[in-house]
Design a protein around this ligand. Structure first.
Ligand SMILES: NC(=O)c1ccc[n+]([C@@H]2O[C@H](COP(=O)([O-])OP(=O)(O)OC[C@H]3O[C@@H](n4cnc5c(N)ncnc54)[C@H](OP(=O)(O)O)[C@@H]3O)[C@@H](O)[C@H]2O)c1
Length: 313
């Protein structure tokens, strides 16, 4: 697993990025609580390597994800030198204010929680919360992010969200250095492919979030029937069960195929895996390196592309 350059930026990142949405404690989304101690020991383990890319946001766990990263960094004497830490700007919880002023306040909050004076990479988070026109309007969030980049508060800016047509519209502004799509390039949904192609053509770093669809493709469709944080349809779960049968017969965990499906796509700079326990680091390395013969991929791939829109967004 060699490190990769993030688009045209100077950032070099590990192909696995550590996602910290579960680690902020987000029981409504993941179904369990995560204590501060557990989160900090997970982060301390992450700092030991080999993953050198961490993803958070202003809103994960109501700010708890960033706060915990800040605490772990303080304990460790700062962010390890080779680690890239990305965060995102968000409206206040329960608010839809995504004005330029709110973006600047969100960045201030992130800097304070993380104990930093500049941020390497900041994404406009879930821009589907507002219209594209409001997103690019004068006094709006994109203008504010560009201003912060011009001032040197932020090194690079990105956009991170769901609907692919909207994400394509944002890339068409040519303002962004990186893009996150989530739950849309996995074993059950490849609807992000046009965005992957577009980002590659523009030199924008493409980052693929949620290779396990938020849990189903690691915990199994019966233990975790949700995909993309909502109940999955029976057809999607059946497709995953069929893949599981092929993989189990070959002695391969479903999660190994789910993770490698993203890792082996060369136009994806990094794949964000959410994790909230220290042992996930070793487990993720093992899953990333699990040998999967070509004949197994040949059986899995037709199941993966059947019914491309496996979930409704
Ligand atoms: N709009 C956006 O920008 C956006 C949207 C979605 C996601 N993201 C980013 O992408 C990251 C990934 O998404 P996600 O966390 O929702 O989904 P995910 O990576 O598909 O799945 C995370 C879930 O898988 C579990 N898991 C991970 N490795 C495991 C293993 N080896 N064995 C068993 N369970 C394992 C985690 O459990 P534990 O908690 O127990 O480790 C967690 O419940 C997020 O954390 C976030 O940083 C961004």
């Amino acid at each position: 697993m060699e490190n990769r350059r993030l688009g045209h930026t100077k950032l070099v990142v590990s192909p696995v990025c550590v996602g910290t949405s579960p680690l902020g404690s987000f029981p409504a989304q993941y179904g369990y609580e995560v204590s501060t101690e557990q989160a900090i020991s997970t982060l301390r383990r992450v700092f030991e390597g080999p993953f050198t890319f961490i993803d958070t946001s202003n809103e994960y766990g109501g700010g708890e994800s960033e706060r915990r990263i800040g605490q772990a960094m303080a304990q460790a004497g700062g962010l390890p030198q080779d680690v890239v830490l990305a965060t995102k700007v968000d409206p206040l919880p329960g608010s839809t204010d995504f004005s330029g002023d709110r973006v600047r306040a969100s960045v201030e909050e992130s800097l304070e929680r993380l104990g930093l004076d500049r941020l390497q990479l900041v994404y406009l988070h879930d821009p589907e919360k507002i219209s594209f026109a409001d997103g690019v309007a004068s006094g709006g969030p994109l203008e504010a992010l560009i201003g912060l980049r011009d001032q040197g508060v932020i090194d690079y800016i990105g956009v991170a969200g769901g609907p692919i047509p909207l994400m394509l519209q944002y890339l068409d502004t040519d303002a962004f250095d990186a893009v996150i799509s989530h739950n849309r390039f996995t074993l059950v949904d490849q609807s992000a492919l046009p965005l992957i192609e577009d980002a590659h053509r523009r030199g924008v770093g493409f980052v693929n979030g949620a290779p396990y669809g938020g849990g189903m493709l690691v915990k199994g469709p019966d233990a975790h029937p949700n995909y993309c944080y909502a109940p999955a349809g029976e057809a999607t779960r059946d497709r995953v069960r069929a893949m599981e049968r092929v993989l189990t017969a070959a002695g391969i965990p479903l999660a190994a195929a789910a993770l490698q499906y993203s890792l082996r796509e060369e136009r994806i700079a990094a794949t964000i895996v959410g994790m909230s326990t220290p042992e996930r680091v070793e487990q993720t390395i093992e899953l990333a390196e699990w040998p999967i013969p070509a004949e197994v991929w040949a059986e899995i791939e037709p199941l993966a592309v059947v019914g491309r829109s496996g979930h409704e967004v």
